[in-house]
Design a protein around this ligand. Structure first.
Ligand code: HEC
Length: 158
């Protein structure tokens, strides 16, 4: 073998060794990379599973809920009729103390002139409002409740 041939074969051998070494290195890097990423991938998979479940749950959740108790508790357009002291109770805010110049219940003298107008007039003024008194005293009451309250007030003011 000549000097040149020796050099060529040395080069060829070195070249093949280099290729093999680089192939082996590539393989090692691939194995390491897949080991390192598998753990991360597991975590990512678990997270996207969770997020998907949440997203689906919120998407298929009902838009609103219906509660029979809420509907039942909501005051209706026509409030229930109260009678006697129960009907008068909210009126006492003004009529027990004379607030805003309200005729005080129990003061027969003050009521005598009002009773002279007739009970129907008192009903109607109590329902529609009079002077400083707002309609129904500013309360949400049925007409019958207001009338019952007036009856009670007159009864207490004889
Ligand atoms: C915000 C205070 C207030 C409340 C609450 C109130 N009143 Fe009066 N009420 C007055 C005032 C003030 C007058 C006197 C108005 C006037 O004669 O100028 C009056 C007058 C009256 C009169 C006499 C009306 C007339 O024609 O002379 C009646 C009857 C009466 N109220 C009934 C009621 C009843 C029933 C309630 C409850 C449902 C009630 N009031 C709640 C303030 C109130």
């Amino acid at each position: 073998m000549s000097e040149e041939q020796m050099n060529d074969s040395t080069f060829n051998r070195l070249f093949i060794i280099m290729i093999l070494a680089m192939t082996a290195l590539t393989a090692i890097i691939m194995v390491l990379a897949s080991v390192a990423s598998s753990e991360v991938n597991e975590k990512l998979d678990a997270r996207s599973d969770r997020e998907n479940t949440q997203a689906v749950t919120s998407r298929i959740a009902p838009v609103g809920t219906f509660s029979a108790t809420t509907v039942a508790a909501t005051p209706t357009a026509a409030p229930a009729d109260l009678t006697g002291a129960d009907a008068y109770a909210p009126c006492a805010a003004c009529h027990a103390s004379g607030a805003a110049g309200a005729p005080i219940v129990g003061d027969a003298g003050v009521w005598a002139e009002r009773i002279a107008k007739g009970t129907e007039a008192l009903y109607s003024n109590a329902i529609n409002g009079i002077g400083a008194m707002p309609a129904k005293g500013g309360l949400s009451l049925s007409d019958n409740t207001v009338k019952a309250a007036v009856d009670y007030m007159l009864e207490q003011s004889k």
